[in-house]
Design a binder for this molecule. Sequence first.
Ligand code: FAD
Ligand code: MLT
Ligand code: ZN
Length: 467
Amino acid sequence: MSRIAAHADLLAQLESRLGRAGLLTDEADLAPYATDWRRLFPGRPLAVARPADTAAVSAVLAACHAAGVGIVPQGGHTGLAGGATPDASGGQVVLSLGRMNAIRRVDPLGLTLEAEAGCILKVAQDAAEAQGRLLPVSLAAEGSAMLGGIIATNAGGINVLRYGMTRGLVLGLEVVLADGTVVDGLRALRKDNAGYDWKQLFIGSEGTLGIVTAAILRLVPRARHTATALLAVPDPAAALRLLEAAQDELGDTIQAFELIARDSLALVAEHAGLASPIGESDWTVLMEAGSSLPGLREAVETLLGEALERGDATDGVIAESGQQAGSLWALREHITEAEARAGKSVKHDVSVPIPAIPDFLAAAGKALATQAPGTRPNIFGHMGDGNIHYNVLIGPEHDPEAINRIVHDAVARFGGSISAEHGIGQYRVDELVRHRRPAEMALAHRIKDALDPQGLLNPGKVLRARV
Ligand code: FAD
Ligand code: MLT
Ligand code: ZN
């Protein structure tokens, strides 16, 4: 029996509730929803449900719950851990939130934005900017990633140093539970200690505990002045000294502090045709500060001058305009795409305590050179948050899982985490079990069992599916 025939009743029920535009079943229509951004996890949806409002999401979940069919929520499908991709069985329904994309309200005085889960991050950022406010989550995929995906992954990005992870920006949340129950917690409150803060369970749960349908996010005032600098530094220890000096001199105006290895810039030059405007160096730092008070640029110039004098930087440039700042950021933002074009790579989205970064980099480099010769690390990331993307380009002779273990073992030696911001998805399920304590995993399963006893929400993501 075909997969459609096997689930004919469910599909008929979904089509009658969602209308023809709301349910895709033709192979050609399903293709864009089937495979992840990196093309690592090819899947096969039974169908794609495209609800237009929360009531329709609730109806889809209730119907799948009654039929015992798994649901895979999907936003912009830019996730890097295969979390939004169905398995290859042809038996899971993808729930695409893309049609629920309204911005309901921007409140410049209350500093909040309320929007539906399918609103694209860049669209929400622009709506905040139009009111002179900033939605401070920013990442290279912001033109496609959606608010529901950002919340479900607790996304990080380049501004975590100053504004924290997405979790800290979610004031109110509306979710739909596995059986279709709608839980409306859309409150625009900064302080709210009335009972359990249940929304935290759903933020970062990667669609395994409930579906995010709408949210109220915290905005911040926009800084009138921004200073963006690119600096060549001799080694990661010098970059750390620069970070410390920047924190001393610029305080909490620093909003981004990114580390980029020479090989990452070489990939960007080769595959994106973008060249760094400063002298070559083993390591480069891209930093940005923002303030509405005058004197920011002068403070950054002083910082840069002192770093050059100390030898912690060997060259540097401060952007003269917004356009120049954009060109400096383009070098950083094209690394992921350049890496994808360069061939096969193994991603490691790791974090270690900030002071341990230089020793971790040395240890991981040594372990790879001895245990997996011929691999090429592509190292970059959010150094100010202790989050390094220690990605490794490999050849056909290398085993990706062995490379994972080598890098993650180094991370563990420094008390780090195997996912700082991308999440577990289906990519790191086994590694999570290896790196989290049994009691932590048991607690995670108890939460999952309480909220999704049939295991229908994003089966096999974050936690091993219970068959
Ligand atoms: P999807 O990929 O569609 O889904 C991600 C996960 O969330 C899946 O498990 C999915 O099932 C679940 N999900 C999606 N929507 C919902 C919903 N409404 N309710 C419940 N669950 C849902 N990430 C960072 O953190 N920092 C970065 O700097 C960063 N840079 C990136 C750069 C590039 C070039 C790319 C391609 C990706 C990058 N990412 C980064 C990863 C990715 O963009 C983020 O994880 C983003 O938050 C995913 O949003 P999305 O809408 O694309 O989610
Ligand atoms: C980024 O910071 O650009 C992404 O999170 C990293 C990646 O592609 O590994
Ligand atoms: Zn990142």
